[in-house]
Design a protein around this ligand. Structure first.
Ligand SMILES: *Cc1c(COP(=O)(O)O)cnc(C)c1O
Ligand SMILES: [Zn+2]
Length: 407
């Protein structure tokens, strides 16, 4: 007898997913999850997935989820895929939450942690979102997917598409680090290098998608990537024994993780799984060479202006305008959070500090959260007794060709 992958063993009985519908984050219009949808055709806003939380409350035991196999897919009732046969699994999820005793001592902050996403497949947390999106694409019978990317999303999409037997086409800036180009090609994707930024790549990919019927997996232009990323919020809640941390510092490009985690916390509340309803203050970190969210947050705007001449070594943060800018700004304000820009020089310093003091080699985007923490400490915005979670969203080793180089 062949050993079945452990991931499928947990699904012998019961409802796999309590998905109900898709809801427009702008106008509230509802759409079916059994059809292929992108974003709201009526108001051009992202669609969010809604679940029957009452049924989840009734049928799912919070403490049983902890002992399941399947990492990200342990939370399948709260994920959009209905048939476990469609789970495209490479080991995503259940990343460690690491205490940072030496950095904490340096700053006088004993409850400092990092959620280290670098151990995800393809070396970044993009794996979570693309695992969910490609799995749902497979379930919906989609045969070819396209994505504009700053790098890691392309690599992740290529890997999950390969495993799903789906054709992949990727548009990325031609100065993207080599690791992203090669990991995509090795997974059989076609890579088009674009003379420009992710925003230029997005224009070209969108055109190609319309002309040839590729399904576009751009950030928030489909509803499911954020569902994978929201699981970071569930994992944090579980690891902190259902008593959420005080502050989450998150490197924000398209905002999938930030919006996803805030959505996760909102779902946990009616489930009654939280022992304390106090939610974290969310902090968006960007680079000062591309800080549309910080600018909009500080001026009280409800959406972001397109950031011209975007530049930073943290390529995942080189996003001149997110499609989900309204959601990002809403969630930051809802959470009583804030937004902080850091320089590439501060990122480089934080990267080596992470390595030197804690043995972690973070992606520049992850290092940016430490640089932001220093600013927040200086401003008195955080306090020594608070539990603070930094996010290292990727593996520093993927960025060797720009190590130590500010742009
Ligand atoms: C894409 C990316 C980000 C930004 O993530 P969003 O969820 O799009 O805001 C941060 N860090 C790394 C390493 C990334 O690849
Ligand atoms: Zn709408």
């Amino acid at each position: 007898m062949h050993a079945k992958p452990a991931i499928n063993a947990a699904f012998n009985s019961g409802t796999v997913s309590f998905i109900v519908e898709l809801e427009c984050s702008g106008c509230g219009e509802k759409y079916s999850h059994d059809e292929i949808h992108t974003f709201c055709p009526a108001c051009q806003s992202p669609l969010l997935v809604r679940y029957d939380l009452e049924a989840v409350h009734k049928h799912v035991d919070r403490d049983a989820v902890r002992w399941r196999q399947g990492r990200m897919w342990r939370w399948h009732e709260l994920l959009p895929v209905k048939d476990p046969g469609n789970f495209v699994f490479l080991g995503e999820g259940d990343t460690p939450l690491l205490h940072l005793p030496r950095l904490g001592k340096e700053f006088g902050y004993p409850y400092l942690f990092v959620k280290d996403e670098s151990s995800n497949p393809t070396g970044s947390f993009k794996a979570r979102g693309l695992a969910a999106a490609v799995s749902k694409a497979k379930e919906l019978g989609i045969k070819k997917v396209i994505i504009p990317t700053a790098g890691n999303a392309g690599g992740a999409m290529a890997a999950y598409a390969a495993r799903a037997g789906i054709q992949a086409l990727i548009y990325m800036p031609k100065d993207t680090q080599r690791s992203n180009i090669e990991e995509s090609r090795i997974a059989g994707a076609e890579v088009v290098l674009v003379d420009g930024l992710i925003s230029d790549a997005a224009g070209m990919a969108g055109e190609k998608a319309r002309a040839e019927g590729w399904f576009d997996l751009s950030t928030f232009k489909e509803p499911y990537r954020t569902e994978g990323k929201k699981v970071m919020g569930y994992e944090l809640a579980e690891t902190f024994d259902w008593n959420l941390p005080d502050v989450i510092i998150y490197p924000t490009g398209g905002g999938t993780g930030l919006v996803g985690m805030w959505k996760a916390f909102a779902e946990l509340e009616p489930l009654g799984w939280l022992s304390n309803t106090k939610k974290p203050r969310m902090v968006a970190v960007q680079a000062d060479g591309c800080a549309p969210v910080i600018k909009a947050f500080e001026t009280g705007a409800t959406f972001c202006d397109f950031w011209t001449n975007a530049h930073t070594m943290a390529s995942g943060l080189r996003v001149p305008k997110s499609f989900a800018d309204v959601l990002i700004l809403n969630d930051l304000r809802d959470s009583k959070g804030t937004a902080v820009a850091v320089s590439d020089a501060a990122i480089i310093e934080a990267q080596s500090q992470f390595g030197r003091m804690e043995g972690i080699f973070p992606a520049p985007e992850g290092a940016a959260t430490l640089a932001a923490l220093k600013i927040l400490i200086q401003q008195g915005w955080v306090h020594p007794e608070e539990r603070i979670v930094l996010f290292n969203t990727g593996l520093g080793l993927k960025y060797l060709d720009r190590l130590g180089q500010a742009t």
